[in-house]
Ligand binder design. Sequence first.
Ligand SMILES: Cc1cc2nc3c(=O)[nH]c(=O)nc-3n(C[C@H](O)[C@H](O)[C@H](O)COP(=O)(O)O)c2cc1C
Length: 225
Amino acid sequence: MASAGPISVVIVFHSAYRGSTAALAEAIARGAASVEDVTTTMVSVDEVDDHWETLHRADALVFGSPTYVGSVSAAFKAFIERLAGDVWLERMWLNKVAGGFTVSSGPSGDKLNTLQDLAIFAAQLGMIWVPVRQIGGHYATTTSIDEAVNRMGAYLGVMAQANIDEAPPLAPPPSDVLTAELHGEHIATIARQLAAGRAKHPSPYPDRAWRTGRPLTLFDRGLTE
Ligand SMILES: Cc1cc2nc3c(=O)[nH]c(=O)nc-3n(C[C@H](O)[C@H](O)[C@H](O)COP(=O)(O)O)c2cc1C
């Protein structure tokens, strides 16, 4: 993980049906790239084997999955399960910044479950989850749900809605695309701030935590005989 200098934001996503998750991934990347000193890479989970080093070196990883049957897609889950080896055990992604986004055809579509999945995946890997900064845009008659940014009023991650009979650029609509763009900018800003802070105040712990071949116990901390 870079401690200073250019910040790398990598968007890891799956998109199969209409390309709507890919359109949001592009928006996240656009927003992140608008932040000074930030470079972005988009990685489809279908091609992740060509990009592992890029993922390992990233300062921030943004996870994107369509909502399929009320959860992350099988392909995205398969990618996550591959992290359950060394990436989890060696704490390889500890303290990397993380965020997420999803899209479904239903206004709800059970998208919250997908975002919860993504946040839990990040938590299991010791990552630092960034919620949506932009306040929900449609709570009253004073706004139009079609035009409001963060029109879904979601905070755990970006929620978008894409009509099942439309593809980008028609769906998801511009308001959801802009919501994703702003979230990418926000995540990149946080990653940049953290990198600067880490350069000034290095962690007293090794990034890869304790690899003792077994979980940490009271014994390791001298708290038992
Ligand atoms: C297998 C499958 C399952 C789906 N399940 C849901 C669902 O549970 N809720 C919903 O609102 N839309 C559901 N949809 C619609 C997709 O979420 C929607 O079309 C989304 O934009 C697809 O993203 P993609 O084009 O990036 O694959 C499903 C679509 C597919 C293909």
